[in-house]
Design a protein around this ligand. Structure first.
Ligand SMILES: Cc1ncc(COP(=O)(O)O)c(C=O)c1O
Length: 378
């Protein structure tokens, strides 16, 4: 048996998405900027996709900008807010994805902004009183806080944070890369300036994402060049990626209610099985249904002599999971998120992340392998 429990790193592209992309790969090859019929055909595919994404998120099509993924969208939001909107202070947290954290640090190191890190607790929840205080003490700020943490699953109360930001006339960006396609997001009800998405986190292709920019916010182009993406991001569009993203989001939206039910139940089953079968396991981050992303479970195992071998041994047993953020795996650097919540460094931590394609049999299989590994003192 081969088990894929690394859906927070990326998800498999589903056949319906491949089917939607195929015509664009096979025959609809016109450059969308060309005015002839070949170009108009692909232009129309892009604009249909934009309308679909906008309608699912209850935004206007003109507020959706396609990018090469989550990282670029995060960069665009943060860097443009600083360069074009007079931001001199960024507030983020030490638990953010590096797409946000390294971007904010880079701008601060260049002396363009002051950087403040809002306090977070041992489960990764943001201290909203501290956020309020940081906003009170500083001039116009950009708050960049992720909706769901990609390593420990802890959720941010978006509406509450938005309300605090508005009270202080601050801009609000949320990295929603792990939650787009997994939770209903209604931008007509949520007052936010920027959110970001990446298709490969909801069964779409890699290398395509989007940035939502609230219509009230006006920024200059992030990538200069041609007039693509209404002059905001030059470069010939990734047409098949855009078509695939919209199809993947449409399917994710249709299946959302059943996915939430099914995947949450699977996560709870994994929690209960681990508690019953592996003495001494602990969970990192919030694991409650209301407080955590239902696709992600971060587990600290009892200290073992060969902790670094755990991920490797699971891989040998056919189980793919992650030791933290996939982006830092292989670089031999411990997780900044686990460090940030004060997780015990002597306990090996594994992130299991699920999709609708995972089953209880796979959880059982994983638990059996873990029991074997811990019985022989990994
Ligand atoms: C929370 C979060 N933000 C941003 C990214 C980066 O997205 P992409 O890989 O599409 O650049 C990821 C992907 O790991 C993520 O989990």
């Amino acid at each position: 048996m081969k088990v894929y429990f690394d859906n927070a790193a990326t998800t498999p592209v589903i056949p319906e998405v491949v089917q939607a992309m195929l015509p664009v790969l096979q025959s609809q090859f016109g450059n969308p900027s060309s005015i002839h019929s070949f170009g108009r055909e692909t232009r129309s595919a892009i604009e249909t996709a934009r309308k679909k994404v906008a309608s699912i998120l209850k935004a206007a099509p003109a507020e959706i900008f396609f990018t090469s993924g989550g990282t670029e969208a995060d960069n665009m939001a943060i860097r443009c807010a600083v360069h074009d909107l007079g931001i001199r202070h960024i507030i983020t947290s030490s638990l953010e994805h590096h797409a946000v954290l390294h971007t904010a640090e880079d701008i601060a190191q260049r002396g363009e902004v002051k950087l403040s890190l809002v306090k977070t607790d041992e489960k990764g929840h943001v201290d909203l009183d501290h956020l309020d205080q940081l906003l009170r003490d500083n001039e116009r700020s950009l708050v960049s806080l992720m909706h769901a943490n990609n390593e420990i699953a802890t959720l941010l109360p978006l509406a509450k944070v938005s309300e605090i930001c508005r009270r202080h006339n601050a801009l609000f960006h949320s990295d929603t890369v792990q939650t787009i396609g997994h939770y209903p997001i209604d931008l007509s009800a949520l007052d936010i300036d920027f959110i970001t998405g990446a298709a490969h986190k909801f069964h779409g292709p890699k290398g395509i994402g989007f940035l939502y920019i609230n219509g009230k916010v006006k920024i200059h182009p992030f990538i200069t060049g041609g007039a693509q993406e209404r002059n905001m991001r030059g470069g010939t569009e990734n047409v098949y990626g855009i078509v695939g993203l919209a199809k993947a989001l449409e399917i994710a939206d249709e299946k959302m209610t059943s996915d939430i039910q099914q995947v949450s139940a699977l996560k709870n089953y994994m929690i209960a099985s681990l508690q019953n079968e592996i003495p001494g396991v602990k969970f990192n981050g919030d694991i409650t249904a209301e407080g955590s992303l239902y696709t992600v479970l971060n587990v600290s195992f009892p200290p073992t002599e060969h902790a670094e071998m755990l991920l490797f041994n699971l891989d040998i047993a056919g189980i793919a999971c992650s030791s933290g953020s996939a982006c830092s795996s292989g670089s031999n650097v411990g997780s900044h998120v686990l460090k940030g919540i004060g997780a015990d460094p002597d306990r090996p931590a594994i992130r299991f992340s699920f999709s609708r394609y995972n089953t209880r049999d796979e959880v059982d299989f994983c638990i059996e392998r873990l029991k074997e590994l811990f019985a022989v003192k990994v």
